[in-house]
Design a binder for this molecule. Sequence first.
Ligand code: SAH
Length: 391
Amino acid sequence: MSTKSNLKTNPDACPLAKKCGGCQLQNMTYDRQLRWKQARSEILLKKFGKVDRIIGMESPYHYRNKVQAAFGRTRGGKIISGVYQSGSHRIVSVDSCMTEDETADKIIVDIREMLPKFKIWTYDEDKGTGFLRHVLVKRGFSSGEVMVVIVGASGYFPMKKKFTAALLEKHPEITTVVLNINPKDTNLVLGEREEVLYGEGYIEDTLCGCVFRISPKSFYQINPVQTEKLYGKAMELAELHENSTVLDAYCGIGTIGLVAAKKAGRVIGVELNPDAVRDAISNAKRNKADNIRFFCADAGDFMESAAHEGEKFDVVFMDPPRSGSSKKFIDSLAKAAPKKIVYISCNPETLARDLELITRKGYSVQKICPVDMFPHTNHIECVVLLTIEHK
Ligand code: SAH
């Protein structure tokens, strides 16, 4: 579907849109964007049942609680910070963005202005010279805690103490500052090594009544306001009670499973990324959840052995990456035959493909509910409830 033709344009459209490319729908008013997403969801999913009205965001601006800026210089030598132009490594200078947290944007601009005084050179990708590559800011939406990560090309940062003190004076809301060292010629923002310059080296935030530890590298939902709505919907559909046995497949840092563990009897989470599993285990401890266990495995392999061993689940939550689930997972899921499947998807195309397979196994779709997690972009998130009649 075209995003341009015949649409009422957004009076607040972003002046950088063409260069940046991050917000594909910013030329439409928010109301129009929601209708576009609704129509797109219906085209792909209505053959499975009625698509509910998309849950939009009340104030669809400055929702990103994680902001990343690349640093460099123009040909004329002026220091700039911002995002890479889509598909290139040219930096588009951004001082404020309608999707990004405003405090984070201000911190980044102030850091840029502080650089000459502290003799900090920006990194030059072509020559491999200089120091500052990126600044990453994460802000806890309910805690208000702020983490600043300075990504340098080496650990050599002579004025780090004075720089950190000056930054804290300007922004007393900052609760921790971390130096991340990334000497490699890579597209990844963060390197392996870290040095905490101030505070604990992580922040915490509360989501759906659970506390999560957020470190520079850990994955965390970037729009917590809408995540609460998304998970709230998923829990409402799951109708958990104290005897429910739950699987949280593709669990990441355990967010869905930990929220479920407050109501369910027993929860198992499975996730492929070992760092995420480590965070999930520490999140369980932090929340004193003793009815949840995490496994580091491919979700398909895990489901296959669970089905083989006759493990019974009342509810399976599945939240796979954009590429969707696998045939192995879905085949074994059908064998394990949970009463309810709550599928949380960030890509309606792979969702449609997987629903086709799951409904062929005898499940029927009871509810399809799109949620707008990323206003102004073309991303669509959906929660789907499937059930099966047990003979
Ligand atoms: N439910 C989590 C994260 C969902 S993102 C949350 O809401 O925060 C999808 C997750 O699936 C990622 O953490 C990714 O590492 C994981 N993943 C990708 N492929 C996987 C696989 N084959 N088996 C298990 N987990 C996988």
